[in-house]
Design a protein around this ligand. Structure first.
Ligand SMILES: *Cc1c(COP(=O)(O)O)cnc(C)c1O
Length: 382
């Protein structure tokens, strides 16, 4: 099977050279738009591409507002601040995620609480979330959710749409509403993915996207906050040094952040966004071919949850056990076909080892058996 996988990757990418996990693709107007910013000198904090990128992204996702930031971590940091997350508070999330999710929580002075994921979505499990809350939290007289052990406020919940596959959003929305938690979606990996016909990142009070170099579209580095009108306006203010509009005076009415996306990066983003639908289509074709390749084998290809259309940002297989996973990683990487294990669980990292957590059987199992496969847009779609 490993040999067939290596041969498959070489055929799909039509190369005998090294095949990366995910490489960006610039086949559209990227060069033209970026040169426009250079020629005009508007490469930095002033320029039309930022507004255009934000408006285009709002229109694409159906979010009332979209606010561009320097990276996805910054977007999540500000989204959490706007969700009201403050020092000494708790935020429920999954341990099976990229470290940025937890870092953004920590920047607010808050602490992540880890609960399990579901096996079919790889995303936060509404059942595990409800169980942790029932066993460890209460709603106080003030209506706020608090940890029963020490009264700390449980402010928000951050599900992550792993590899682009939407988490079980309807159920998560319901649990969050019941426990008065602000839902903030980490949709960094799932731009273009739909849950029951609606874009991920638009189900919570706030959502965020990433345009890092390895994501489905890139601005070099960049991110976006998705929100309604009121929170979107607050996000714009906070990410642009909290400056009040004035013809010449410097009036900053609170401690803001210098998190605005530069115009040169937004130019790249505008061109990439024009190609996004084609990228999603191409990645879904590749996923279909992987699914056929693994059919009847002892490796299970990860497919989109029912009722969802996934962007298949990163393709993945579930091995039978850790030994098979190690053999797969070894054989493919030795052959110049890049594959990677899933992240180590966040509760294993020194910064987050002390954090509260529920039982995590699914996350622990997935951690030991999941492998990501080459997922860049195929050359035939360029
Ligand atoms: C990429 C990513 C982010 C944000 O990353 P940046 O590099 O800061 O843009 C956040 N969460 C997850 C799950 C990610 O994969």
């Amino acid at each position: 099977m490993f040999d067939r996988l290596i041969q498959f990757a070489r055929e799909q990418y039509r190369t005998k050279e090294f095949i990366p996990l995910h490489a960006p693709v610039f086949g559209g107007r990227e060069r033209e738009y970026v040169l426009e910013t250079v020629d005009s000198t508007f490469v930095s904090s002033v320029g039309a591409f930022v507004d255009r990128f934000e408006n285009d992204m709002a229109a694409y996702t159906g979010s009332p507002r979209a606010v561009a930031t320097v990276n996805g971590t910054a977007a999540l940091h500000v989204a959490l601040r706007l969700a009201g997350v403050g020092p000494g508070e708790l935020v429920l999330t999954q341990a099976l995620t990229f470290v940025a999710t937890c870092n953004a929580i920590a920047y607010c002075g808050a602490e992540p609480v880890f609960v399990d994921v579901d096996r079919h979505t790889l995303g936060l499990s509404p059942g595990a979330l409800r169980r942790w809350l029932e066993e460890n939290a209460l709603i106080g007289d003030d209506g706020l959710c608090r940890a029963s052990a020490d009264g700390k406020i449980v402010r928000a919940c951050v599900p992550m749409h792993t590899f682009g596959h939407p988490a079980d959003l309807d159920a998560l929305v319901a649990v969050c509403a019941h426990w008065n938690l602000v839902l903030v979606e980490d949709a960094a990996e799932s731009l273009g993915s739909l849950y029951h016909g609606h874009h991920t990142g638009t189900f919570g009070a706030l959502g965020m996207l990433s345009f890092n170099g390895n994501k489905i579209i890139t601005t070099g580095g960049g991110g976006m906050i998705l929100a309604g009108e009121a929170l979107g306006a607050r996000a714009k203010h906070l990410t642009t040094t909290a400056k009040k509009p004035h013809p010449y005076e410097y009036v900053h009415d609170e401690v803001g952040y210098n998190y605005r996306l530069p115009n040169i990066n937004a130019a790249l983003g505008c061109a990439q966004l024009e190609r996004l639908d084609a990228f999603v289509e191409a990645k879904r074709v590749l996923a279909g071919r992987y699914a056929s390749l693994f059919e009847g084998s002892d490796l299970r290809f990860v497919t989109e949850p029912d009722g969802c259309r996934s962007n298949y940002w990163l393709n993945a297989v579930v091995c039978e056990d850790g030994a098979q996973r190690d053999a797969l990683l070894e054989a493919t990487n030795r052959a110049g076909v890049m594959t990677r294990p899933i992240w180590a669980l966040m509760n294993r990292l020194p910064a987050y080892a002390h954090c509260r957590k529920g039982e995590m059987a699914n996350a622990e199992w997935l951690e030991s058996v999941v492998v990501n496969l080459p997922s860049s847009v195929l050359p035939e779609f360029l």
